[in-house]
Design a binder for this molecule. Structure first.
Ligand code: F6P
Length: 323
């Protein structure tokens, strides 16, 4: 293998740049030509492919976002789109690709690999931490710390006014950000898609808090919770708790930005090198990950089809610490 390409796709996550840098520099170190594809699969289809040098990735290890840009491509879902993409890779003589992204990115990568056999390795880059085959994904730690910082600030004002706050964090199908920021921020309750919490549970918890002389309470809600958005949940709770002052904050996309934490920079750098080395050693159709702090390669099909369960120890801890 002499020429490889790297791209980012789907929702961006802090640390993607550190991973791109690692892929580019590792490839050059190992005597490979390395290309950057802009705008993910859309750019592959349009032929936005340029050679990268060591200096192309200078001064980005500390930055959020992705210098290669990102997109959620509709065209790549079609056979014609994937054919165009493959032809563009061939035109540049690219023999292997590294896809940095989440489950949508890997679903595309897996299809592409099945259809064209092009060696592909995925590097898990998503704030959701929802990929089977890696204990952590690039950007998750930063997103948790961003959410935590916000929750700390909300707690100050919640305590001053004896208020109840519902704080919505990201995670369409996953409660990882919610549970970790909830524990770190001392939340009274965490609502996640993986477990079911009823509105009655929420009301009881808030009343119990008042009985225990808690002035304020914070409930962290993952955006994918079955009861709906934090706003919807708050509206339903308010009907039964007229004596409580209830507010809602949706943290939204601030969780996707910002400079990556040390943890994410190091994880991204390790995964970038391991992806390049994996390609050189004949790995294909796999996602590189870290399990028990060791580099692993998991079949892409497994990475996208198996769910990563929430750590039940953390779920229990949340309950115990919120009395
Ligand atoms: O998958 C990452 C993620 O940030 C999810 O937590 C969130 O539900 C989604 O992306 C939001 O996507 P978009 O930026 O396209 O609205």
């Amino acid at each position: 293998m002499k020429k490889i390409a790297v791209f980012t796709s789907g929702g961006d996550s802090p640390g993607m740049n550190a991973c791109i840098r690692s892929v580019v520099r590792s490839a050059i170190y190992l005597d490979l030509d390395v290309y950057g594809i802009k705008y993910g699969y859309d750019g592959m289809i349009r032929g936005e492919i340029t050679k990268m040098e060591s200096h192309s990735v200078s001064n980005i290890v500390q930055t959020g976002g992705t210098i290669l840009k990102s997109a959620r491509s509709e065209e790549f879902r079609t056979k014609e789109g994937r054919k165009k993409a493959y032809e563009n890779l061939k035109k540049h003589g690219i023999e292997g690709i590294i896809a940095i992204g989440g489950d949508g990115t890997f679903t595309g990568a897996n299809l592409f690999y099945d259809e064209y056999g092009i060696p592909v390795i995925g590097a898990p880059g998503t704030i959701d931490n929802d990929l089977y085959g890696s204990d952590y994904t690039i950007g998750f730690d930063t997103a948790v710390n961003t959410a935590l910082d916000a929750i700390d600030k909300i707690r100050d004002t919640a305590a001053s006014h004896d208020r109840v706050f519902f704080v919505e964090v990201m995670g369409r199908h996953s409660g990882y950000i919610a549970i970790q920021s909830g524990i770190g921020g001392g939340a009274e309750m965490v609502m996640v898609p993986e477990t079911s919490t009823t509105i009655d549970d929420v009301i009881s918890k808030l009343r119990e808090g008042r009985d225990n002389k808690k002035g304020s309470s914070i409930i962290v809600v993952a955006e994918g919770d079955a009861q709906g958005s934090a706003h919807e949940i708050a509206e339903r709770v308010k009907i039964h708790t007229p004596n409580m002052d209830i507010k809602v904050t949706n943290l939204g996309h601030i969780q996707r930005g910002g400079g990556p934490t040390a943890f994410d920079r190091i994880l991204a750098s390790r995964l970038g090198l391991a992806a390049v080395e994996g390609l050189m050693n004949g790995q294909k159709g796999v996602m590189v990950g870290v399990i028990d702090n060791k580099i692993t390669y998991t079949n892409l099909k497994l990475a996208i089809s198996k769910s990563k369960p929430l750590n039940q120890e953390l779920v229990r801890l949340t309950k115990i610490l919120s009395i």
